[in-house]
Design a protein around this ligand. Structure first.
Ligand code: CDP
Length: 221
């Protein structure tokens, strides 16, 4: 059976990763959370006390960083950092780090290598526009800011991180602003992406919609 590439982009906390993970599981595809990669880079820079505004310093530290995956867990230089990449410090710095071209070049290169064999579901901000412009299926997810903040608060609580709705909402809006306005590969909907507004639908409905679209593409030709 034909194996395709599925690119899922959109604003922060729309449920992209939860959806992508389950779509991949149902299709027997690999799931890659590209946001986790940018978060891991940010974590490393913070751990090394690098000023993320200092482009020269950031570039110097980039070659110390090796990102890997073990199932859906993210590894930073061999260590599982699933929990550490979700902290407030990372949330507050990740969009600045992600706007740096040298960081993007390194991540996009690795993402394209992972996607070479097809059979992949990757979520992020520039997957359908820059990483896999030829992806067979591109989804652009949206949801109201209130719903996104509520969902993120619940997700963080499950990971033992207690943050107020106001603080979460502020961070989501700020990241959306930086992500949408950066010069290098800003967050925009690819022309051929299908938009799904998840404000009033459940996670299961989101997954089913994308699975139906994926099956159509797989059975084409
Ligand atoms: O989970 P959430 O939607 O909050 O964010 P994420 O997918 O974990 O991404 C964290 C940050 O990484 C985003 O706010 C972007 O700044 C950056 N990112 C990016 O620039 N390009 C991607 N392909 C994925 C994430």
């Amino acid at each position: 059976m034909k194996r395709i590439v599925i690119a899922i982009d959109g604003y922060s906390a729309c449920g992209k990763s939860s959806t992508a993970k389950q779509v991949a599981a149902k299709l027997g595809y690999t799931f890659i959370d590209s946001g986790a990669m940018y978060r891991a880079v940010t974590l490393h820079l913070l751990n090394q006390h690098v000023n993320v505004e200092d482009l020269v310093k950031v570039e110097e530290h980039l070659n110390e960083i090796e990102i890997g995956f073990e199932g859906s867990s993210i590894l930073l230089n061999g260590n599982n950092v699933d929990t550490e990449i979700r902290t407030r410090a990372v949330n507050e710095n990740v969009s600045a780090v992600s706007a740096i071209s040298a960081v993007r070049r390194k991540m996009v290169h690795q993402q394209q290598l992972i996607g070479r064999g097809k059979g992949i579901v990757m979520d992020g901000r520039d997957i359908g526009t820059v990483v896999f412009p030829d992806a067979e299926l591109k989804i652009f997810m949206t949801a109201s800011i209130e719903v996104r903040a509520e969902r993120r608060q619940k997700e963080l609580l499950e990971k033992g991180i207690d943050e107020s709705i106001e603080s979460i909402m502020g961070n989501l809006l700020e990241r959306d602003r930086i992500d949408s306005n950066r010069a290098d590969s800003p967050l925009i909907k690819a022309e051929d992406a299908i938009e799904i507004d998840t404000t009033n639908i459940t996670l299961e409905q989101q997954i089913d919609q994308i699975l139906d679209l994926a099956k159509e593409k797989i059975n084409e030709n």
